[in-house]
Design a protein around this ligand. Structure first.
Ligand code: SF4
Length: 433
C-alpha cells in the first residue's frame, strides 16, 4: 500500500491577495521573514503508519504534485487559508480513483464541509485514530469520520518521520507541548488541543532532536508549541538538557516569559536565538475581552520590560500583532509601530481573522460580520474578511501594509542589528567576568 502525504502550503511563505500588501511585499521581498519548514503534523501522522507501508511526503513549497502517480491513499490537511486548494487537490486525486483522507485544523472544526470533498475525515488529534483508519482501510471498511474523543497523551507520541524529508528547509519543527490555558477568542489552539497543558517527556524531546540531528547538519529548530513555557518545572528541566546538544532554536511563547530572568539566561545558554511572542496590541482596552480574566490585556504594561530582559539575555524578539479589534483606530496602529521601532524588534502584523472553530468566528458569524464574498483562500491573515466599525476592508489592509513597509526596511533592520550587538557585548561581558 502506498500513501501520499501532501503538505499544501503556499508557494510563497507570506501570501496575500490585496493590492496594498502585494505592493509592499514586492518591494520588501529581501527583508521578509521566510517560514520554510516541513509540517510536523504530517510527519507525526506518518510515524503512525505501519512500517511495511510505503509513504511519500510531498511539500508544495519544494515539490510539484504528479497527478498521474498512483497512490492507494492521499492524506491531506492544513489551515483554513489552504482549504480551497486542499479540496481541489482532493477532487483531482479522487477523480483518478485514489482514496482521500483529510485531517488537521480545518477538517477538525468543519468536518462535514471537508467530507463533501474527501472520503474520510480525521477529527482532532490523530495519534489514536489514524492507526484505526489505516487498519479499517486495509480491511476494506474505512469509516467516513474518525473522532479523537479525548486529549491524547503526547508522552506516547511517536518520533516524527524526519527521515521522509528530502528537500532542504530553512527550519525544522519540534513540538514539546500541546494546549494553552489562555483561550484567546481568535485562536483555535484551545478548541483543538484544549486548555489542559500537556507535555512530552524531556527524554522524548531529546531523542527527537538527536534523530533530526542525525539526518540534518546543524538544523535550526523551531519549537512549534503554541505557548512553550507555561509549565515552568518542565521548561527548566528541558532547557537544561538542551544545553549539551549544541543547537540553535526559536520558540513561540507569551510575554510572561520576560519576567523569568533565570530561565531566559538558561535559554540563551541552550542556543535560543529568538522568541516569537503574541503581543497582539499595545492598547489594553482594545483586547480587554479576548480571553478569560482579561489575561492578555493585563500583560501589556509588562511588554517593554519583557522585551528588554529577553534582549539583554542575547535573544531577539519577534512580535506578533493583530490589527482590527473593534476599538482599534489609526492611533492604536501607530502605538504598535512606535513599540516595534523603539524596542528594535521584528514583527508580524495580521488582520483580525475569525478562524472557524474559534469563539470569534461564532460571534462574527452570528452578527453577520464575515464578508461573504471572501472564500477560505482569503484567510491569509493579511486580507480582510470582516466588517469593522472604523475601517473598510481596503483601509484595514492599507494600515497593515504600512506596518510591514516601515518595519521591513533597511533602516529598521539597522536598529534591530544595533540592539543585537549591544546585547551580544553584554552577554559576553557576563561570560568573561
Ligand atoms: S496565549 Fe497564544 S496560544 Fe494561548 S490561546 Fe492565546 S493566542 Fe492562543
Amino acid at each position: 500500500m502506498k500513501i501520499g502525504f501532501i503538505e499544501p502550503v503556499y508557494k510563497d511563505s507570506l501570501t496575500a491577495f490585496n493590492r496594498h500588501i502585494k505592493a509592499v511585499f514586492k518591494k520588501r521581498r529581501k527583508y521578509l521573514p521566510v517560514w520554510n519548514n516541513p509540517d510536523l503534523g504530517i510527519l507525526t501522522v506518518a510515524a503512525l503508519v505501519p512500517g511495511n507501508l510505503q509513504i511519500k511526503y510531498i511539500h508544495l513549497l519544494m515539490d510539484e504534485i504528479d497527478y498521474s502517480e498512483r497512490f492507494d491513499i492521499i492524506a491531506l490537511g492544513g489551515m483554513t487559508g489552504r482549504a480551497d486548494d486542499i479540496y481541489s487537490i482532493a477532487q483531482r486525486f479522487k477523480q483518478k480513483g485514489n482514496y482521500i483522507v483529510m485531517g488537521g485544523i480545518h477538517a477538525s472544526v468543519l468536518p462535514d464541509e471537508a467530507k463533501e470533498y474527501v472520503d474520510t475525515v480525521i477529527v482532532g488529534e490523530a495519534e489514536e485514530i489514524f492507526p484505526r483508519f489505516i487498519e479499517d482501510y486495509s480491511n476494506n471498511r474505512p469509516k467516513p469520520y474518525y473522532y479523537s474523543k479525548r486529549e491524547v497523551d503526547i508522552s506516547k507520541s511517536p518520533i516524527p518521520r524526519f527521515d521522509l524529508i528530502e528537500a532542504k528547509y530553512q527550519n525544522y519543527p519540534i513540538q514539546t507541548t500541546r494546549g494553552c490555558p489562555h483561550n484567546c477568542n481568535f485562536c483555535s489552539t484551545t478548541r483543538i488541543y484544549g486548555k489542559k497543558y500537556r507535555h512530552k517527556q524531556v527524554e522524548q524531546v531529546i531523542e527527537e532532536i538527536k534523530f533530526l540531528k542525525s539526518l540534518k547538519a546543524n538544523p535550526f529548530i523551531i519549537f512549534v508549541d503554541d505557548n512553550m513555557f507555561v509549565n515552568k518545572s518542565f521548561s527548566y528541566d528541558l532547557i537544561e538538557k538542551l544545553i549539551p546538544l549544541d543547537i540553535k532554536w526559536q520558540a513561540l511563547t507569551d510575554a510572561s516569559i520576560g519576567k523569568d530572568k533565570e530561565l531566559l539566561n538558561l535559554m540563551h545558554k541552550a542556543g535560543c536565538k529568538e522568541l516569537f511572542i503574541g503581543f497582539e496590541s499595545m492598547t489594553p482596552g482594545n483586547i480587554f475581552n479576548i480571553n478569560e480574566f482579561h489575561w492578555k490585556s493585563r500583560q501589556v504594561k509588562n511588554y517593554q520590560a519583557a522585551v528588554k530582559n529577553i534582549q539583554d539575555n542575547g535573544m531577539r524578539v519577534f512580535g506578533a500583532f493583530i490589527l482590527g479589534f473593534d476599538k482599534d483606530t489609526k492611533e492604536d496602529f501607530r502605538s504598535i509601530e512606535d513599540f516595534v521601532i523603539k524596542n528594535k524588534i521584528l514583527g508580524q502584523f495580521a488582520i483580525l481573522t475569525p478562524l472557524p472553530g474559534t469563539e470569534l468566528y461564532d460571534e462574527f458569524k452570528k452578527s453577520g460580520r464575515i464578508l461573504k464574498n471572501k472564500s477560505w483562500k482569503y484567510y491569509t491573515f493579511l486580507d480582510c474578511v470582516i466588517t469593522h466599525p472604523n475601517f473598510t476592508a481596503d483601509k484595514l489592509e492599507k494600515e497593515v501594509s504600512e506596518l510591514w513597509r516601515v518595519t521591513y526596511s533597511q533602516e529598521h533592520f539597522a536598529r534591530v542589528l544595533s540592539r543585537l550587538i549591544e546585547a551580544y557585548k553584554k552577554t559576553h561581558q557576563k561570560i568573561d567576568q
